[in-house]
Structure formats: structure tokens, C-alpha cells
Design a protein around this ligand. Sequence first.
Ligand code: URA
Length: 472
Amino acid sequence: MLAVTLDDPSDLDAWRAKARSLLLAGVDPADVEWRTGAGGGLFGSDDVIPPARRTTVPAVPRAFLGLAGTVLAHRDPRRHATLYRMLWRIAHGERELLRIATDEDVAWAHACARQVSRDMHKMKAFVRFREVRLGEDTVYVAWFEPEHDIVPAVAPFFVRRFTGMHWSLLTPSRSAHWDGATLAIGPGADRADAPTEDALEDLWRTYYASIFNPARLKVDAMRREMPVKYWKNLPEARLIPELVRDALPRMQAMVERQPTVPRKKVTPLQKAAVDAPEGSIAALRRQARDCRACDLWKPATQTVFGAGPSDARIVVIGEQPGDQEDLAGKPFVGPAGKLFDRALDEAGIDRSALYVTNAVKHFKFEPRGKVRLHKRANAEEQAACRPWLAAEIERIRPHGIVCMGAMAAQGVFGSSFRLMAQRGQWLDLPDGRKAMATVHPSYLLRLPDHDAREAGFADFVRDLKLMREVLG
Ligand code: URA
């Protein structure tokens, strides 16, 4: 047995370096004992990995590295050994291993990755910072107890959310600190290091009480979404028993009251932002190549990710790639794209200044002989793809978003958005961004007669010209 120690058990680069040396030396997975920091210290030092028997390791699919990075954050002590066994199998001829969903190792790794993703989702949703005054400075400190080792993976999300604040995120195994410029990951902390009360608590409680809808009270679903173990760190949780008790009388009162003006809803895009993957646009594009969030990847040639400058002032969102986009791997290169280019020309806008993407990133079609007939992505497929769009928008931080077609517009504004009634005007989104909707160029291609097409095109150009206000 060959003992190998990892100082940081969740660090992909460290695991990868050891796994690579083992693979080059031809060490069978069954002969390796993986230890982590403390274990290595207790049981003595590492064995020396034998010299390499080969000079290169076969290229490993990118999807495996993505999966390994997530699985390593899981606390299961079997993760290093299982991942090395999978790597070994891939390097020894099982190149398509990840496609075999029923394989025991693959199924186990995916189950771990799902648990880690869920834990990350909970952390993003339930962390509450509390204000601490340090002389002149204000620091925000939060305490959270994640199940897995997810602080390094989640911290960048909080950097983006609270860029202007100085904060510390404390957990039992690690901490993250942001001073407005640098993110530092440090050791774990104690519950006592974080405050329990501050003036923000009342704000949270008022907010929660105001969004709580007694008519939609589902105690089981609430427990599932906001498990009781998180309640102790949530200021609003103290309200839950009272709100549940009062739900029935409040609901009766609601029924009797006159209808009121509906409150602004959270948009589908805002909801999806919680699950938005991390990384630069280039990293997102790489990750999206292996997206399996719905089944559209199976018959499609490739993922068609957005294209354009990652600091574009405007993001244009279409619906879904067509036949030619699927083959080229780029958005809007087919007939609808040609019409879009012509309209941009006429509106005096340079497409190279725009980041152009789609609400759904795979071509959906029905084969008819040699032809692939376009099919509209359904609501589940659109929802599965939305975190990619949310990530693109979070990374680019555009000044304006332009939606072409109802699918894009309803994802950005919400399902009550009516394209033909509300097109052609900049509107404010709940997050303060500006967005505008117009028709999709393929709608113009489908118009039945020449005059209608000409008039439709002129209106489309008029809408696109509004981008000039934002492009400057
Ligand atoms: N239609 C779209 O919505 N997007 C494309 O990329 C092509 C056609």
C-alpha cells in the first residue's frame, strides 16, 4: 500500500498533481491509501511515489476535471480514491466513462456533486451578514455551517454580491475575508467569533414578514427549502412559528380584502442567479460544453454559448440556436442572424460591440429525413439553461439587456410580460438594470407578405436604435 497525503483535501490542483504522479508511475488505485492533512500527520509521512514509467498522461475530458473539482468539496473520505479510480479507468481506455450513468463510480460522483451543489445553493441563500463596528470601520460578519467544504467555491459569489463591503464569512472549517480588493481564505472559526444581533436583523424580519404569503403556506415545502438546521442563523426564522400560526386568519382576511396592486416579483433570471456557475466568460463557455442540465445536449452537435466582448455594454438575448448555429457553435449566424446583422447595420450599431447570446444554448429539433426541423424549447429546458444566462449577465455586468422574442423577454421580465404591448422601451428591472424587448428576427422572416415584412423590419430597426443611448 502506498500512502499519499493531501494537506488540503478539497484542493483540485493538489489532488491532480498527486494523481498524475501516481498514474505516470502506474500505481494501481487499489494500492493507494489516500490520507488528508491531520491523518498524514498522525500516521507518519508519505511513501515515495515510484518513478514515472511513462512520460505523458492521456488527455482527460474537461468534464471529468469539472466533476472532480466539485466532488473534492464533498466531505466523504472516499472521494480521493474514487476519483483516482475513475481517472485510472479513463486513462486506461474507458474514455466515455462519464457517459455511463449507471456505472457505480460515476453515479456516486454525480450524487456527491449534486449534494455539494445543493449545499452551495443553501449557503448562497441563507448566509446573513451582521454589522460589526471596528472604530471607524464597518465590517460585516456571517456565521454558517455548511455540510461540505464549499467556502473557496462560494466565496467569489459573495465578492460579486457585496463588492463594496468589507466582510468575513466564518464556518467551522474555513473562513473567507474580503477587504474590498482581496479575497483571502483562512482557517475555520468558532460560532462565538461571529455576532448574533445587529440593526440589520429588524430589516430582515420586516422584509421576510412582508414577502410571506399566508395563502401559499406549505410547511413541508418550507422546511425542505429552508431546513430547520439553518434557522438558528437567520434573523427572520424567529418569525416563522408566529407566521405559521397566524396564516389561516391572515388568509381569510386577504380573501375579504379588496385586490391590491401586485408587488414586484423576482424575475426568473434573478431566481436562476442563485444557481449561476462561477468563473470568467471563457471558463463558463468551457463548462457549458459539458452541460447535462437537460437532455437537449444529446442530439445537438454542441453547446452554442454567447459571443462578444466580456465587457460589452449591452447583452442581446435571442431564443435558441438554429441548425446553422448548432453546426458553427456560434449564435446568430443563420438566416435570422443575417437579418439581425442587416437591421444592426441600418440602425448604425456595430455587432462587435455587443455580447450576443441565447436563452437556451442547444439546438432543439425534430429530424425529418435529412432536415432538422426547429422545435421550441419547453419551460423546463428554458429553466435548466437559465443559470448560464444569469452567469453571463453577472460576469459582463451590462448597462442594458436587449431581449429578442418572447422567450428571452419572459425569462428576463417574468411571464406576465407582453412583448407586443411593451416592446421598444427601456424598462427598469428589479435589480436596477435596464432592459428592453423587441421581436425576434425569425418572426420577421415568417411574416406572410412583403409589405408586412418591410413594416416589421422598420419597427425592428427603430427598436434596435434605442441601444445607441446605452452604447454612447
Ligand atoms: N435564433 C436565435 O434565437 N438564436 C440564434 O442563435 C439563432 C436563431
